[in-house]
Design a protein. Sequence first.
Length: 150
Amino acid sequence: MTTTTKPSSVFSLLLLVYIGAAFTFIIAAEQFIAAAIIGDKTDQAAIKAELVDAGVAAGYAEQAQSMVLTLAIISFIAAVVHIVLAIYIARQKNWARIVLIVLVAFGTITDITWVIQGRWFAGLMLTIYDIAILVLAFAPATAAFCRKKA
């Protein structure tokens, strides 16, 4: 079996995906911690009052722990999926590149809606990040690398 060197576009793509997954793990950890803090029964009334004061509807404030916990789980799963896809892209699996493209394309739409909603900094930074991943995933060298048979 011959070893194939990775083009710089593949190396850059993998690096971006791993960095994004690391940040997503950090976000998931923060959300798990927030869910634990919100779950502390002694402070729940105060936390609900703070959320309502911040503009969160009372019904949502009561469900804050479960919503934050759900977001933490989704973030954790998303990070794992991106790492798995990066591993398979490194192993020259074209299906993984295509799945990554689809997921990132949906993410880009979400990021653009953040910009429209006024979350300028996060929305713009994530949009730029997603576009960079899409450009690298569509690069001819990356596509050729992923289509090669080992």
